[in-house]
Design a protein around this ligand. Structure first.
Ligand SMILES: [Cu+2]
Length: 69
């Protein structure tokens, strides 16, 4: 079963950021669905990862700080 997380990433400023963030999340869960909106720096995520801390740790490794809405 998938969980939904909505979060913002202040440093997500271009398509490259979106790609890196998506790849990092897909490394944890290749079935994850990542929908990013650069204009609002928001990400809508559906994933089998149930603990958002795991997502936070993975994105921290590549220099991004997700903040849950
Ligand atoms: Cu970028």
């Amino acid at each position: 079963m998938k969980k939904t997380f909505d979060f913002t990433v202040d440093d997500m400023t271009c398509g490259g950021c979106v790609k890196r963030i998506t790849l990092a999340i897909n490394k944890l869960d290749d079935s994850a669905e990542v929908n990013a909106d650069l204009a609002t720096k928001s990400v809508h995520l559906e994933t089998r990862v149930s603990d958002f801390n795991i997502i936070t740790q993975e994105l921290d490794k590549i220099g991004y700080k997700p903040i849950l809405k």
